[in-house]
Design a protein around this ligand. Structure first.
Ligand code: GLA
Length: 382
């Protein structure tokens, strides 16, 4: 298995030597074959482990997180990430479960945008709009992968080059995503990209969580806080209207923690459009791009908790509204509506068509750099 544990190439550099040596330690990171796709390509799964006994499984296919095993308040591990046992299902059945989403996470209206006077057309794959990077987005590509370790963490580095014109997007985009899982049960996801032509970029991870276990049923009892006083309302195809509206007095107010299910049945038009929560919250920041607490969610039943930190301006909070029991996931589980939630840190949907939203344009010579941390903890009491 060691052949997949790639050492840095700079021979003689002290840090590289240390890194190579620590790479030999399978206690922190190991790799094996996850399966073979119908077209014959093999898919590898890396397991990132920590001294707390927790572990996270990640594929080189789509950078997909297939499992997150973390303790409840009694120390009992459960896998809190929805997913599939068979790699092909991630190409055919999966609503982006666990995946790295790109080049543009979320929607672009009618798959069209104009940049520097040039018009671009993307594949339409969702209610007349472009969603999550297209037909073969970053979630469906096999990434180059390299494992390494630090003193207190396992590190998986994934990279790919998306060619000029890929899914209609301009410019060759070189993307690198680093997953770091440390001894404090923190998963840090660092995204990095450069381009050779002006383009738009919006990367995220699309994990589906259920803090009672991936097959434990509804998440409506989970208690959620979102550090946002405003959100971006949408039309019936989930494209932002352009407004930035206060959450106060609406079902979208999570400034004070409340159960996800408390207002999800409200008759509000926005909830009807989303079939539940499927919206972008505008995160409160001391100053733009500050790395701050974005949200916290816990399960009163298990005590498991996620604290989410990001430098991104937005958070898509999605309550698994399109899960309908039709696909069979891990352990023969039929994932049902509201069986999970997603916390997609991001720029706002359809930003290329909304000059009043923070820009998603990346130009040659610039670097797209962003970091999100999922901290898996315990809340002892309600
Ligand atoms: C995102 C979108 C949802 C849905 C899911 C995938 O969260 O906002 O509308 O498309 O991805 O099913």
């Amino acid at each position: 298995m060691k052949k997949f544990l790639i050492c840095p190439a700079i021979v003689g550099a002290y840090l590289s030597l240390v890194s190579c040596m620590t790479n030999e330690n399978p206690d922190r990171i190991s790799v094996k074959q996850f399966g073979v796709l119908d077209d014959g390509r093999a898919v590898q799964v890396y397991t990132l482990k920590n001294s707390a006994g927790s572990s996270i499984d990640i594929l080189d296919l789509g950078g997909i997180i297939t499992a997150i095993n973390v303790p409840d308040r009694d120390g009992t591990l459960a896998d809190i990430a929805l997913g599939f046992d068979n790699p092909e299902q991630y190409l055919t059945d999966s609503p982006y479960m666990g995946a790295l989403v790109g080049r543009y996470a979320n929607r672009i209206a009618k798959g069209k945008f104009t940049l520097d006077g040039n018009d671009y057309s993307l594949a339409i794959n969702n209610m007349g709009n472009a969603l999550h990077g297209g037909i073969v987005g970053f979630d469906k590509k096999i990434w180059q992968s390299a494992a390494s370790t630090a003193d207190d963490a396992a590190i998986l580095t994934l990279s790919l080059v998306s060619p000029d014109g890929d899914e209609g997007y301009p410019g060759a985009l070189s993307a690198t995503v680093t997953y770091t899982f440390d001894d404090q049960n923190r998963l840090t996801i660092s995204y990095h990209a450069t381009t050779d032509k002006a383009t738009v970029v919006n990367l995220t991870n699309h994990s589906y969580f259920n803090l009672n276990g991936h097959n434990a049923g509804s998440i409506l009892d989970h208690v959620m806080m979102i550090n946002a006083a405003t959100y971006t309302p949408v039309d019936e195809t989930l494209i932002p209207t352009r407004e930035i509206s206060p959450v106060k007095g609406t079902a979208f107010d999570f400034e004070n923690a409340k159960p996800i299910g408390r207002d999800i049945g409200a008759g509000e038009q926005q909830i009807q459009y989303g079939l539940g929560y499927d919206h972008n919250w505008v995160l409160e920041k001391s100053s733009p791009n500050d790395f701050e607490l974005a949200a916290a969610v816990y399960s009163p039943k298990s005590g498991r908790m996620i604290s989410l930190y990001t430098d991104q301006p937005g958070l898509q909070f999605y309550t698994g509204n399109f899960l309908d029991g039709t696909v069979t996931g891990k352990d023969n589980t039929r994932y049902q509506k509201r069986g999970a939630f997603c916390l997609e840190t991001q720029h706002f949907p359809d930003s290329p068509n909304h000059p009043n939203f923070p820009t998603t344009i990346l130009r040659p010579g610039e670097t797209y750099e962003t970091t999100t941390v999922f901290e898996f903890g315990i809340l002892e009491q309600d």
